[in-house]
Structure formats: C-alpha cells, structure tokens
Design a protein. Structure first.
Ligand SMILES: [Zn+2]
Length: 269
C-alpha cells in the first residue's frame, strides 16, 4: 500500500503532466485518489496543476469535508465523489480540459468512431454529457446516464473526465481520449474517417477480455450499420436478434440493457 506521501506525490506528478501536455490552463482541472469509502486525497482549488507540491494536497471524507490540509478542496470535488459512490471499482478520477477532445464537444461532434485499436481496447466511444454549470450538481448528474458503461466522459463545452482503478490508469485514459480526438480531427481534415470494421472490433473485444483490461467499456455498439446488410458483425445474418460478442467483461445487467436497446433499435430499423 502507498503511504500518504506517496499518494500526494503521485497526484502532483499527474498534475504536472496535465499542465505540461496543455490539458489544463491556469487553475483548471482536478485530481483525486480514493483511500477507502470515506477517505480521499484531492487537489486544492486555486492552484495551477503545474505548481502542485505534496503539502498542497488535501484529505477529505466521503462528504467532501476537509480532514487535513491548509488549502481548500476543488469546488468540482462533488463530481469526483459522485463517481466514487456510483462506481466502487474506481480508485482515481482525473478532470482536465484537453483541447482537441473539448473542441469536439464545442463543435457538437461526437467522439464515437472506432478508429484506433488501442483506443478501442481501452475506452471505446466517449459519450458527451449534457452541459452543466461547473461546481453545481449539474455536472455530476450529467454523468449518470453513462457512468456504468464508460471510463471516459466528455463534458459538453467544458472538458473531459476519466476514471481508473488507480491514478496511472485514469491518466492514461485521459491521454487516450485526447490522442484519439486528435487523430480523428486530423483524419477529418485529410478527407474523412475510415472506421475499423465491425468484424475487427469483435476481435479487439475478445482481446480485451483475454487481456483482462480493468474498467468499464461500452462494447462496439456504435456500429452504425447494425441491422442492415452493410453490417459485418459476426451474427448479423439474424438481423433483429444480433448478438455481438463484444461486451465489456463486467456489469452483466448493464450489458443486458445495452443488448435490449440494441435489439429494439435494430427492430425499429
Ligand atoms: Zn473543468
């Protein structure tokens, strides 16, 4: 187990990386790590993530009340605490404003195309949550429709939120979101996006299961051709009862809901 100092130091290092990568400006962004259900470390309000030092990191309880630290917790800590409450598997949360991924939400373009194997394996499509006023309960609420099936979320006209079993994983997911958005933007500028075909997606999802990648994944439900003759998913022969094998390896109920949604949509087409 990491010592308190090690956790604080790790949070600072992630803050520095976010700042160096240009994922945050001024005092933007916040980071938290779960110790147990009623104890968390988080970044303070009003400090650049590039200037963080371990003595600035705050310890709070499950209600966001400060237990230790001279500064005050970020006003967006509500968003983190809500995530921990809904997702007991999450050990760390990172919030930043990565510019390209954020621009997708500003332009009203979904980051939902499956274009890179690494991004397919780790995050799948990234949902855009409804716009909310920062520091209110609007943003935590906006995450709720997606929280059980995803580890990465775009916040409309605002930024991104990523979660992971630990801090390293949450940071990697954030990096993956921005990298995926960049490649998607470049491809659009070069003339268009060619997605990885459905049949290949299913192989990647099998690989994800084999590799036992932790976290939640939406599966390959973004197949726009599902239920049509252009769909090349394995079982598309039985169109209305399409059974894609590419489900995430956890959340059996969530998978069932997704499968029912998928079948209803296919039937409606
Ligand atoms: Zn923000």
């Amino acid at each position: 187990m990491q010592s308190a100092y090690e956790i604080k130091k790790a949070i600072c290092e992630v803050g520095h990386k976010l700042y160096d990568k240009g994922f945050v400006a001024a005092n933007d962004g916040n980071i938290s790590v779960k110790v147990n259900d009623n104890e968390f470390y988080c970044t303070p309000t009003g400090v650049s993530k590039g200037d963080l030092t371990p003595d600035m990191i705050i310890r709070i309880d499950g209600n966001g009340k400060k237990i230790e630290g001279k500064l005050n917790p970020s006003s967006e800590i509500k968003m983190h605490l809500r995530v921990y409450k809904e997702r007991p598997d999450v050990g760390a949360v990172v919030h930043a404003h990565p510019p390209v991924a954020t621009a997708f939400t500003v332009a009203g373009v979904e980051l939902d195309q499956y274009i890179l194997p690494e991004a397919v394996l780790t995050i799948g499509n990234v949902p855009t949550c409804e716009y909310g006023t920062p520091s209110t309960m609007e943003i935590p609420d906006s995450l709720m429709p997606y929280i059980q099936k995803h580890d990465a979320f775009l916040l409309k006209n605002h930024g991104a939120l990523t979660v992971g079993v630990d801090l390293k994983k949450a940071l990697f997911v954030m990096e993956e979101v921005e990298f995926n958005a960049k490649i998607c933007k470049y491809a659009r500028e070069l003339g268009g996006v060619e997605e990885i075909p459905c049949e290949q997606l299913e192989k990647l999802m099998e690989l994800r299961k084999k590799m036992q990648i932790p976290g939640r994944h939406p599966g390959c439900k973004t197949c726009k051709n599902l239920g049509t003759e252009n769909c090349r998913c394995k079982d598309n022969t039985a169109k209305a009862t399409h059974t894609c094998t590419c489900h995430s390896n956890d959340g059996a109920n969530a998978d069932l809901v997704a499968e029912i949604t998928r079948r209803v949509l296919a039937a409606l087409k």
